[in-house]
Ligand binder design. Sequence first.
Ligand code: IMP
Length: 201
Amino acid sequence: MYTLIAATTNAHKLREIRSILNIRSIALKSLADFKNSPTVIEDGQTFEENAIKKAREYYEFFRQPVIADDSGLEVDALNNEPGVFSARYAGERATDADNNRLLLERMRHIPAEKRQARFICTVCFTDGKNLKTFTGVRQGIILDELQGGEGFGYDPLFFIPEYQKTYAQMDREEKNRISHRGLAFAQLKAYLEEKLNFSEM
Ligand code: IMP
């Protein structure tokens, strides 16, 4: 069994990662399985910088293959904010509700045709020898009210015209098939399957 540590404590993200990766010969662990795992400061300017930094630092700590991802929302009308600050847009201890409220407030005067945004996810894998990054992007529109009760974060505000739904109106499987995280992790999965010659369940 090949052990892979997902460098996250976010239970929602981990659930999504588990159902996307889903390789039988990989035992996927997360930071929640270890006591005293260090905190890595996410001070990069890009999702890729943060993902690489986290993967490297957790690899140094665990000395086992690691995946680390960084993700967030870029809104055109806000000069790509909240970007790498997505998790703490409304402050260090902000909840999803706080962040959504602030986003709605900042977008209050933005007309419908200028509400484009994108979710981006970069995942980095390293086993000490190899280091690889994979990025997924999903374009959408920021609504002016919450719609849907699934998912987490900005899901209820992120509407995807092709599907006529927000992320929060999709079940987990549907979201994973089309989401920024799904697209990034599908590339990682293909890489791992080839590299390790693993097969899907
Ligand atoms: P990270 O844990 O540093 O990657 O923070 C990502 C932040 O971006 C989350 O806390 C959410 O606010 C937002 N985010 C990333 N991916 C998603 C998603 O799939 N749905 C909703 N919000 C997301």
